[in-house]
Structures are given as C-alpha cells and as structure tokens.
Design a protein around this ligand. Sequence first.
Ligand code: SF4
Length: 375
Amino acid sequence: MAVSEITAKTILRKQKRIDSWFISCCGMNLYRGCHHNCAYCDGRAEKYRVEGEFGKDLSVKVNAIDILGRELDPARKRKPLPRGYVFLGGGINDSYQPLEQKYNLTFRVLQLMYKYGYPLHILTKSTSVLRDIDLIEEIHHRSSAIVSMSFSSVDERICRHFEPGVASPLERLDVLYRIRQRGIPIGMYLMPVIPFVTDTPKMIDRTLTAARQAGIDFVIFGGMTLKDGRQREYFVKVLREYDPGLEHQFDIIYTGERWGRAIGQYYEHLNQVFVACNRRHNLPVRIPPRLYNDILDVNNKVVVMLEHIDYIHKLNGWTSPYGYAAYRLAQVKEPLGEMRDKLRSINGVGKRIASIVGEIIDTGSCRYLERLLRG
Ligand code: SF4
C-alpha cells in the first residue's frame, strides 16, 4: 500500500438538493482510494480521477479537519447549510478503511458534527465504526445519526472473493445489531447486487432474512453499474477467477452505456425478484419518515416523500406521476406552506398529489407513503 498525504482546498461537497437515498444535504471524502478494494467499486472509474492503482495507492487529505472546521462552523457561514444529514461514506473511499486507524480523520469529523450539532449518516463496510460508537450515540441524542452498511449479499465466500478487504457479512451484521442496541437507527444498502452472482431469489431472501434479524430499520436496494475502462477491466478479471462462464452474460447486459448501467430488462427483472423476496419480510425500502421528520424543512420533506413514492411505484412496475411532481416542486423557492391553496397551479401537481402535499404540509407525514413502506 502506498500512501500520499495531500492537502485539499475544500472538503464539504454540497448538494443542489437533498439526496433522497441518504437524506443528505452534503458529503465528503476524507481519503481518495479505498483499501477495501471491492471488485465492483465504481470509484475505480476514470471519471473520479483517483490516481494510481485503486485499492493500493491511497491519498489522505491531511488538512481535512482544519478546513471542515471552518466549513461547518455556523458562525462563519453567510448562508446556513440546508437541513439534512451530513453524509460520510461511499463514492471513492470508505471513511473507516484501515488508514483511519493511523489518521483518525473520521473520528475528528464526528467531533465536529457533535460540536456544531449536525445530523450524521455514516455508510461503511468496516466494523471499525464500533470504535466511535460512544460519540455516534452522543451525536444521535443531540442531532440524530444513522449508521448504514453496504452488502452485496451475506454469503461469506462471495464476499471474500469480491470484497477482499472488508469484514465478513456476519461480522458486519453483528456490528449493526450492536449499534441498534444503543438505540441508533441502522440501515442496509443492499448494493450493488452482483448480476448472476448475488441476484438470485434465494440469495436475496437470505440477505433480507439476516437484515431483519439484525433489526434493520430499512433496506435500500440497487443493481450494479459497470463503466467501460478501469472499472470494467478490473471487475472482469476478478469475475473470471470466480466463474469464467459468466463473462459472456455480463457482455449481454452491460453494453457500454455511458453511466455503466445494465440494460433496462435486467433491472426490471431484478426489481421483480427483490419485490417478491421482500413480500416475506416487509422491510422499508426507503429511509422511513420518522428518521427525517424532525430534520428536513417542509419543502424538502415534500420532495423527498414524493421521490420515495415514485421509487416504490417504479420498483413495483407501476406508472408514476410522482417523480415529475417532485422535480417541479423542488424548483419552488417559496415555502410550500404559504402556497397551500395554489398547489394545483404547479406543473405536474394534480388533485391526488396536491392532496398528498397538503397532508405533508399540515401534518408532516404521508399515510400513503407509510402504507407503501409497510409493503
Ligand atoms: S468499501 Fe466502498 S469505496 Fe471502498 S472499495 Fe468497497 S465499494 Fe469502493
């Protein structure tokens, strides 16, 4: 492993709008590259410009805490951050990869979160998150925290092959369970499901069973992307060592689409498999409103809830006007509470959606979304 110490100009990556997958308003990468070296990692793709050999050549933003301290300090901000979780994880690194033991950046970021009272959502594949459990618990009591872990399945052998640098799925589930015992909400990101490897009904059912037993609050599910170039070359090399017969099937579903997406029929099939499996478990497939009700402002709550309804409609193969309405409502600058009687004048907002938006404005909740999340 080669480690470069670099300095960054900025750390906080602000989002134009709340990301409804994580309920986050901003995120950060403290490291570039990831020693966990998952075979499918999107961070390997050229567009992220991680230099050197991904998984072996790593960079550390050694000045991250100084910069972040300034970026998060509300007294230095002309405009406050939008209300939402600050997201730690994913993308091109894992905040709890082995380097963290030496540099302690993540721990010091958590101290800043606590100091300034920001809600925190961590996504990791590392059991080292337990090191910071006391501090995360304090953040949760002060401003809310969620700890999520990502899985491609709970199969040990598959994990060893495709995710060589991470703890076993059972160890990770045990850590999640222990975090839940402290009263901190936990999530599973079942993504990416690896085509022809972890996408079978049996495997997904096994994973959802384990998730339920760990006391998971939600499961966010997603298929794999495979961008041509470094990501695809590395993944195919690992795949051949696992089962050389599978490469041809990957060639059929990954046809070089710009964002690395598989063909639509594959994702439709995968959605059907997931929906059928989850009928037995009824795990919420989006972060439940109770975990963001006190965090998001009304406008963002409306948009997130409509996006979640839209997602669940599409997951089930139903038509959905909700995504377009969410998009139009996200453009509205005025507080929606002051537009209560003019909602129908917004493009994409018909009678049914206006009624749902009105309910969210009046009560902060949405019975239709709650029903969909219960399955
Ligand atoms: S843990 Fe996440 S960031 Fe690290 S290699 Fe795996 S997928 Fe990539």
